[in-house]
Design a binder for this molecule. Structure first.
Ligand SMILES: Cc1cc2nc3c(=O)[nH]c(=O)nc-3n(C[C@H](O)[C@H](O)[C@H](O)COP(=O)(O)OP(=O)(O)OC[C@H]3O[C@@H](n4cnc5c(N)ncnc54)[C@H](O)[C@@H]3O)c2cc1C
Length: 492
């Protein structure tokens, strides 16, 4: 009998796991609640403008592109490089290399130039090592010792650089290096302000040369994966929420759809939010009290509020847009608050009507600002409109005259992100990146349910696309190995 897999969630991770397993000739069915595949890598269209429903660019980190290559999909979708820039007041600093950012910031903060020398020396040394490590395929778990030895040989100062990050967060690292409070805050806000300092380094390396957007928009990328799955005999069922994971004698035996339809399968893989998967789909009666407590206490990553703008072009706007040295801008407003402004179509004319432009403007938000409004639609709509308006006003500090060019406007609150993807509290990248809040799940030890796997951005800390993708790769390999050894479960 053909072994079957039911995969819950057609986000990037569910689709990647499905691609590997359908290629291995399993009977694969992916069930997605939304009418579009992709989760956070989907798009929505308004009056000819294609906007990203989740993230605006992807980092490969030695994981995403190797996976696409292994699946034979590397050539199927062109990726465009998305450079980053930090801006404040009338200043713009593109983020292209450690020496360039150091020199540009030293001009603006001459009293910090010694500190900038030391900091970017660290970014350079550790960054080179970090880049070599991720590009060596270390995350795929093979030949770890020779890879580490080769790293130490090529980068003998790497252990010193790694030591500097040890036990530090983004914020504490910047506090240690810089006395200028404005510079500190700007550097903190380039990513999650409180995250382990190793991730600060990963951030710089990604910004310098490893952030990408699929040509045609995120949805085009998700659709490429769906086509691959279907060409290999699998199916992606859209608009089909899963209501329960069926459990019998400590074993997952299939799923029950939202409409009550029961489907049996050899394995169940959940690529949906881990809290939702455990507490709602599996049910706490099948979980240990320890796991339930851990899930209930776990803090998700910060959500985002975003405004999506379709703009008519004009000579004035072309002048204002000259401030974009790179399409992704992290802008510090006059009052110190940080917003992201992304010129979505800078290098991709296919996602806007001819001669028009599109922007993403967003900031990290607090779910608590929105939760109470769930029951009050009028208050929710009023707050959503007010915050969208505030973001546009702030974006005008960077792009004067922006408001007069708006033809299409849409916005997404943390509740919108939560509603479309079931990510708990609209979490952007799985669990919180703050090391004091990030839970450590040991799967499958914490969830010993036979024939069941959890994947996605909650199953590897920190979350985000690359580490989420690697979980799909591991589960794909694990199930293929079980088939080769004629076992049904890693626990048997
Ligand atoms: C605004 C924003 C910016 C971001 N920026 C970055 C960035 O710069 N770099 C980075 O690496 N990451 C970033 N991320 C995070 C990144 O997008 C995610 O970590 C990643 O896409 C997660 O993929 P996933 O497949 O694990 O989860 P998801 O994309 O959330 O997919 C889960 C899927 O499961 C479906 N689902 C849930 N429950 C059910 C159910 N019961 N039945 C059926 N289907 C169900 C959902 O509808 C969804 O499609 C960002 C996210 C956001 C929102």
């Amino acid at each position: 009998m053909c072994k079957s897999v039911a995969i819950i969630g057609a986000g990037m991770v569910g689709l990647t796991a499905a691609a590997y397993l359908s290629r291995a000739r399993l009977k694969v069915d992916v069930y997605e609640q939304h009418t579009l595949p992709g989760g956070y890598i989907s798009s929505f269209v308004r009056e000819g403008f294609t906007f990203p429903a989740g993230l605006t660019s992807i980092t490969s980190n030695g994981i995403v592109f190797p996976i696409l290559k292994e699946l034979g999909l590397a050539e199927k979708r062109k990726f465009l490089h998305v450079g980053h820039q930090m801006s404040w007041g009338g200043y713009d600093v593109p983020l292209r290399s450690a020496p360039q950012v150091r020199d540009d910031l030293s001009k603006r903060f001459p009293n910090q130039s010694q500190a900038l020398q030391r900091y970017f020396r660290w970014v350079e040394v550790d960054g080179d090592g970090f880049r070599q490590l991720v590009e060596s395929g270390l995350m795929f778990g093979q030949d770890i010792l020779p890879k580490v030895l080769s790293l130490l040989f090529r980068h003998p100062r790497f252990p010193w650089a790694a030591l500097i990050a040890r036990g530090q967060t983004n914020r504490s690292l910047h506090q240690r290096h810089f006395s200028d409070p404005a510079l500190r805050v700007m550097l903190d806000e380039l990513a999650y302000p409180v995250m382990p300092a190793q991730n600060t380094l990963g951030m710089w390396i990604s910004y310098f040369d490893d952030t990408w957007a699929p040509a045609g928009g995120m949805q085009a990328f998700a659709n490429t994966l769906v086509r691959f799955i279907r060409e290999h005999g699998g199916e992606v069922h859209l608009g089909t929420p899963v209501g329960r994971i069926r459990v019998e004698n400590g074993r997952a035996t299939g799923i029950t759809l939202g409409d009550g339809t029961e489907i049996s399968s050899t394995w169940v893989v959940s690529a949906a939010d881990l809290r939702h998967t455990c507490l709602e789909l599996i049910g706490s009666e099948h979980l240990t009290a320890f796991l339930v407590a851990k899930l209930e206490a776990a803090r998700p990553s910060e959500p985002v509020f975003a405004v999506f703008l379709g703009l008519r072009a004009s000579p004035e706007l072309e002048v204002a847009f000259k401030r974009f040295h790179e399409p992704h801008v992290i802008f510090t407003c006059a009052d110190g608050r940080t917003i992201q402004v992304v010129w979505l179509n800078k290098d991709d004319a296919s996602i806007v009507p001819a001669g028009k432009h599109s922007l993403f403007v967003g900031w990290l938000d607090d779910y608590a600002n929105w939760e109470a409004l769930k029951a009050d639609q009028a208050a929710y709509r009023a707050r959503k409109a007010a915050i969208a308006d505030e973001l546009i006003t702030r974006a005008e500090e960077f792009l004067p005259g922006l408001r007069e060019h708006i033809e299409v406007q849409e916005s997404a609150s943390p509740l919108t992100y939560e509603r479309y993807t079931s990510n708990y509290q609209g979490a952007t990248t799985g669990w919180n990146w703050n090391p004091t809040h990030a839970p450590r799940f040991k799967l499958p030890k914490d969830l010993p349910l036979k024939n069941f796997y959890a994947v996605g951005h909650y199953t590897f800390n920190p979350g985000g696309v690359p580490t989420a993708m690697i979980t799909a790769w591991y589960i794909g390999r694990e199930i293929r190995e079980l088939i080769e050894t004629k076992k049904e479960n890693y626990l048997t």
